[in-house]
Design a protein around this ligand. Sequence first.
Ligand SMILES: Nc1nc2c(ncn2[C@@H]2O[C@H](COP(=O)(O)OP(=O)(O)OP(=O)(O)O)[C@@H](O)[C@H]2O)c(=O)[nH]1
Ligand SMILES: [Mg+2]
Length: 280
Amino acid sequence: MTIQWFPGHMLETENLLIKEISSVDAVLEILDARLPFSSANPFVDKLCKNKFRLKVLNKTDLADPEETILWLEYFQKNRIPAVSICGIQPTHVFHALNDCVKKTSRNKARKLKIMVLGIPNTGKSTILNTLSGKKIAKTGNTPAITRHPQRTGLPNNIDIYDTPGILSPIIQPKEKAYLLAVSGAISDTAFDYREIALFAAAMLIRRYSHLLMDRYSFMNTVPDDPTLLIEKIGAARGCLKKGGVIDYQKASETLIRELRAGKIGKISFETPKDYENETP
Ligand SMILES: Nc1nc2c(ncn2[C@@H]2O[C@H](COP(=O)(O)OP(=O)(O)OP(=O)(O)O)[C@@H](O)[C@H]2O)c(=O)[nH]1
Ligand SMILES: [Mg+2]
């Protein structure tokens, strides 16, 4: 199945960003630390060609810490400025902002304008709220919460713009779309939970079988077959239809919900080793 999701406000936002980018001094590109490669939008690369841009790997509290270190090394090796943060921790968020300010050439006579960009649900508005110390932007654990850009003044003559999350109209390859769906960046109206859960289960079996054993301790061993893993989780969580048949849809949703919430553990969905021959 091809995953496609491009609500009208995303095209509107892209057109607005093309107009506004020239008035901005620097960009904070908010990525999901669990998938720092796939959560980057090629549109942002084109838009920010001549701007200072700091890649901010957010939600590090959910990501595998060893992989996050590898990702930071990967970006450093490729001479791409990057930091990792947890968006609700003020010290982390101010560290990212200060790093961005330090590396941006600035005319101190006027305000420094910083734009926050990224795909949906990576924590852009949360970061704005943390920086301002108030809940000025609506946040939520579904994609496309922010529908319009919002500007806020910060101390030290800094203006910061929160923007709606934007995704490519066509996401390729298919695996990238699957990773984005697993992370929560794509509306669940655009994909089939059963297909996404199968993909996630295969990844978990391959990379994090020890965490599966801890979380789903009712299993004696982790099955090699992702379908069987979902069935076992479904049976144990009571996802059953009439006659005791496994409700595969409910079981799939359960796995994805637990994975996204970090209940299975700190998990990264991709590793820099997957992308050794690609340009970030
Ligand atoms: N665990 C964890 N959750 C976070 C972090 N940052 C943000 N979130 C959560 O992620 C979800 C999305 O956050 P938002 O700030 O609304 O994301 P956004 O990028 O503004 O999303 P759009 O407006 O849809 O583009 C919310 O449930 C936040 O509470 C973080 O560092 N760790
Ligand atoms: Mg938002």
